[in-house]
Design a protein around this ligand. Structure first.
Ligand code: SAH
Ligand code: F3S
Length: 433
């Protein structure tokens, strides 16, 4: 009988891809098969996130639960960003953990498995050309890493400390991986990096130096590939060439993530984001003018140290002007190893919570009018998921979740859908072609 692997993935899309790589390596070299039942697993992996404090706290309570329910001889491994950050501390606090594997050390998974109490968290380990075995959780869409790490030093962010310096993956490896995914039936690729439009600044070996715009052109030349998505671009690096390629290239889905973080120039400076409110608004306006149907999503942090009511108003003002189709908003959470951890002008926690709910309520009013305007429109939807309620679900080109009544015959197909019922998060429709 094969050995069973249970894996829990927290955090971002890069973690999702790291988990797929670990599943593939463990399957190919150790014969593990996936299970959704942790109590029957021989190996339990938690792929962690450390961007905010809450999930880190949750990790130790979760580990306790897994330790109680696991089979007597089953192993528990902690991977991902919290593994990079806490290292052997994890085994100190939870001695039943068998190994700790940092975010940039994924390719060592089959090795640490056999070394009890191994801690592999090298921050400059270079996996940019490692030939991972193949596993994909969806046959329809392929996540593809285009870089590892991040070279920015945003003062609130722990990621450069857990994923290390940025290294681009050679373009020919990326194109080959995309081509293979398409041969295996995927119509969509999702290019991943912490700062995708910084692509090409540094490779680990001698490689042809191309930028992200050129990479997009090369990937889009793949025959049979219909959709390209990517995350996350950085507003600072959104030059005209990039925005124009985004607008012009029919295979690039018309949804852009533009992480704003704050609308106040003072706060942006203190966050070391490298752009101003005016630059951000200019880029968003250029996008909207070249791509009328574009949907723009963003990340916003409220209550960063020193944020005054006027700074917060600046953030709301950007929301008012850009009218984001989606906002991921967070209350600032001080993180170890970051510059902002040492800032003393923190904002009162209650004020922070109040600002977060005010911001979300304001965004809801924007969303209500955006979704109302979708009623009666026709969109192209790529169906990827069969729901238990008799619906198939997918995403429109500009990233709205759309559900229609239907069966699995629609999975993996792109169809034109007329929107007949709208809400803030899901649109319902009928297939017209
Ligand atoms: N470049 C990455 C950022 C990863 S972190 C990307 O865009 O994918 C994802 C988001 O978490 C950030 O954009 C930011 O809004 C939020 N975040 C990061 N550090 C945070 C902190 N200390 N407190 C609150 N939110 C934070
Ligand atoms: Fe973090 Fe800023 Fe990089 S948010 S991941 S340091 S671009």
């Amino acid at each position: 009988m094969s050995k069973k692997l249970f894996i829990e993935t927290l955090g971002c899309a890069m973690n999702v891809r790291d988990s797929e790589h670990m599943i593939a390596e463990l399957n190919a070299h150790e014969g593990y098969e996936l299970t959704e039942d942790a109590s029957s697993a021989d190996l339990i992996l938690i792929n962690t996130c450390s961007v905010r404090e809450k999930p880190v706290h949750k990790l130790f309570s979760e580990l306790g639960v897994f330790n109680k329910l696991k089979k007597a001889d089953a192993k528990i491994g902690v991977c991902g960003c919290t593994a990079s950050h806490l290292g052997k501390e994890i085994i100190k606090r939870a001695p039943y953990v068998s190994f700790v594997l940092g975010a940039r050390n994924v390719s060592k998974i089959a090795d640490v498995l056999h070394r009890d109490k191994a801690v592999e968290i090298e921050i400059d380990y270079d996996e940019s050309q490692f030939a991972f075995k193949d596993f994909r959780s969806s046959p329809y869409k392929a996540y593809i890493n285009i870089s590892i790490g991040c070279d920015k030093q945003c003062t609130f962010c722990i990621v450069p400390k857990t994923r290390g310096d940025e290294i681009s993956i050679p373009a020919d490896l990326i194109v080959a991986e995309a081509r293979k995914a398409v041969e295996n039936g995927a119509k969509e690729v999702f290019l991943l990096g912490q700062n995708v439009n910084n692509y090409g600044r540094r490779f680990s070996g001698e490689n042809e130096k191309i930028n992200f715009t050129e990479l997009l052109r090369r990937v889009s030349a793949i025959e049979g590939l219909e959709r390209i998505r990517f995350t996350s671009p950085h507003p600072l690096h959104m030059d005209d060439e990039f925005i124009e390629e985004f607008a012009r290239n029919p295979k690039i889905c018309k949804s852009m993530h533009m992480p704003l973080q704050s609308g106040s120039n003072e706060i942006l400076k203190s966050m070391k984001r490298g752009y101003t409110k005016e630059w951000f608004l200019n880029r968003a306006a250029k996008l909207r003018s070249l791509v009328p149907d574009v949907s723009i999503s963003t990340d916003i942090i409220v209550a960063f140290p020193g944020e005054s009511d006027a700074d917060f108003e600046d953030t709301l003002d950007v929301m008012k002007q850009v009218r984001f189709e989606q906002v991921f908003s967070f209350k600032y959470s001080p993180r170890p190893l970051t510059e902002a951890e040492g800032f003393t002008n923190s904002v009162d926690s209650e004020v922070g919570s109040h600002r977060l709910s005010a911001l979300q309520a304001y965004q809801d009013t924007i969303l209500d009018s955006i979704s109302a305007a979708m009623l009666g429109k026709e969109v192209e939807v790529y169906f990827e998921e069969l729901r238990s309620d008799g619906y198939v679900a997918g995403r429109s080109d500009n990233n709205a979740v759309v559900k229609v009544k239907g069966s699995e015959e629609w999975l993996g197909r792109i169809a034109r859908v007329k929107i007949t019922e709208v809400s803030r998060s899901v649109q319902y429709g009928e297939i017209v072609a």
